[in-house]
Design a protein around this ligand. Structure first.
Ligand code: HEM
Length: 227
């Protein structure tokens, strides 16, 4: 079978992937420091360290929000691999078949992963939940920010969060989510690498180049332009 190079990830998908990634790294580092300010001492050479950590956290928070909104927009106008429905395979019978096929492969019960060009069905399910979790971080983050000024637009938009949970619960949820995102990150790197080696489909480089490679002719809907 002929090996094909197929444009899978369009530029906006790659752009938002990397801006979201950078924002999450910065948010996790500064967030961890906000939670545990181990360097702040009264005699610190950097007395405004916490101020900087918080300021950088908030700027990265805006970057993440813009990245998520941008990616959501592209889920409606992008190519078939970018679409919103790809993140919810469990909503269709065909999707469940794909999930089962991937699970069998992961459990060493099948020699091959079901053919796929975009994400495999379990990966896309995980990304769907990750997006929801990042949305949770944005809402709770801006709600916490809004509490600093109860007359602010931020508080007017997000203040309803505190009708559901107290500040302490919101902070705990925001903090706990960071660890869930961290667990996702480790699994994501492992799965991406494994997929690249086992399937030889260029997964690792695809988020830079946009292209995946393989014997994808079995795909009835394969279109080299990625449309
Ligand atoms: C991946 C996303 C994010 C992660 C991992 C993250 C992580 C954290 C962590 C660990 C804390 C400390 C929690 C505590 O101990 O109370 C924190 C606090 C906070 N975060 Fe985030 N955060 C994220 C997104 C956001 C966003 C989008 C915003 C919106 C601006 C935001 C705003 C805040 C605020 C206002 C605080 C409280 C700061 C304070 O009390 O001084 N966060 N974040």
């Amino acid at each position: 079978m002929r090996r094909l190079a197929i444009k899978v990830w369009e530029f906006p998908v790659r752009l938002f992937h990397w801006t979201n990634f950078l924002a999450i790294v910065v948010l996790s580092l500064t967030g961890a420091y906000i939670h545990w300010p181990f360097l702040s001492t009264p005699n610190s050479a950097f007395p405004f360290l916490m101020g900087w950590a918080r300021a950088i956290h908030f700027v990265a928070g805006w970057v993440l929000m813009v990245g998520l909104v941008g990616r959501l927009y592209w889920a409606f106008v992008g190519n078939r691999y970018a679409r919103l429905s790809t993140f919810f395979p469990y909503l269709t019978r065909k999707g469940w078949k794909q999930i089962w096929g991937v699970l069998r492969y992961y459990l060493f019960l099948a020699r091959r992963m079901p053919s796929h060009l975009g994400h495999n069905a379990i990966a896309s399910t995980a990304y769907g939940f990750l997006f929801l979790l990042l949305g949770f971080q944005v809402v709770t983050g801006f709600a916490l920010l809004g509490q600093a000024d109860l007359a602010s637009t931020t508080y007017r938009v997000t203040g309803w969060v505190f009708d559901i949970a107290t500040n302490q619960w919101v902070r705990l949820g925001h903090y706990f989510a960071m660890w869930v995102i961290f667990a996702f990150f480790i699994t994501h790197i492992y799965a991406m690498w494994m997929s690249d080696l086992a399937e030889r489909d260029g997964t690792a480089g695809s988020m830079f180049s946009g292209y995946k490679y393989g014997e994808f002719e079995s795909f009835a809907d394969t279109d080299p332009r990625g449309r």
